[in-house]
Design a protein around this ligand. Structure first.
Ligand code: ARG
Length: 245
């Protein structure tokens, strides 16, 4: 009898280790792994010191800090991020990734943390566009697998080239090999700051929100991330109101 009890206790202890949640796994490992594509300023880009920095990196670092672990950033092809998440190459994607119905079929998304939309960037002095449909017969560059790519792909007669990195798409534009780039508004603005020969040549053409992506089944991590986002969004003043009223 005693032996049986000991045996059962051991089985229980081992299965706890084996089936411990994702948060326990990350804590035991000592670091959180974030996947991104670092050609998307100011959300993620490589700085002069060759380090990946940006708004998304700071958000992920806040999550890691709250978990009591460090952050590891993996710079990956944008259209490979979701498949790599499914294959457990990262715990989380922070990549200025738009929450879409299609992506929601395969991953979990955190609460939205940033509102964005697509714009058309052109060389200064080139024509402007009121709508994406006006890109018919235009040479256009996008980053593969982005919402800008999806939007441009729908335009009949567009002459579209897809690039693995936004840096390449914008380089093509500067070199006059294409005449427009469809890109998220804040990132378009950030690139223009460094390329005075470029400008935004359209209004904002879509309403999108960014979310962190997490593998289905890891709801525990999702809830944790939403909690951290909520705390970051709450001002000290709101926290005082909450505490006293
Ligand atoms: N918001 C767009 C999308 O979800 C573009 C994101 C590109 N992000 C990046 N890190 N390159 O498709």
């Amino acid at each position: 009898m005693k032996r049986a009890t000991l045996f059962l206790t051991l089985v229980l202890v081992f299965s706890l280790f084996a089936f411990g949640g994702i948060i326990d796994t990350i804590k035991a490992r000592g670091y959180l792994v974030m996947g991104t594509n670092a050609t998307f300023p100011p959300f993620e880009f490589v700085d002069a010191k060759n380090e990946v920095v940006g708004f998304d990196i700071d958000l992920a670092r806040a999550v890691a800090k709250k978990l009591g672990v460090t952050l590891r950033v993996i710079d990956f092809a944008f259209d490979g991020l979701i498949p790599a998440l499914q294959a457990d190459k990262f715990d989380i994607i922070f990549a200025g990734m738009t929450i879409t119905e299609k992506r929601k079929e395969v991953v979990l998304f955190s609460d939205p943390y940033f509102d964005a939309g697509q714009v058309i960037v052109v060389r200064k002095g080139y024509k402007h566009f009121d709508d994406v449909d006006e890109l018919t017969n235009e040479k256009v560059a996008v980053q593969t697998g982005t919402t800008g790519d999806l939007m441009a792909t729908e335009v009949p007669g567009i002459i579209l080239t897809r690039f693995p990195h936004f840096t390449e798409a914008l380089m093509e534009l500067s070199l006059r090999r294409v005449n427009a780039v469809v890109i998220d508004s804040s990132t378009g603005e950030a690139y223009i700051k460094f390329n005075p020969n470029l400008e935004v040549g359209s209004p904002i053409l879509s309403a999108e929100s960014y979310g962190a992506a997490i593998k289905k089944g890891n709801e525990e991590l999702l809830n944790f991330v939403n909690q951290v986002l909520k705390e970051l969004k709450t001002s000290p003043y709101d926290a005082l109101l909450d505490a006293w009223f």
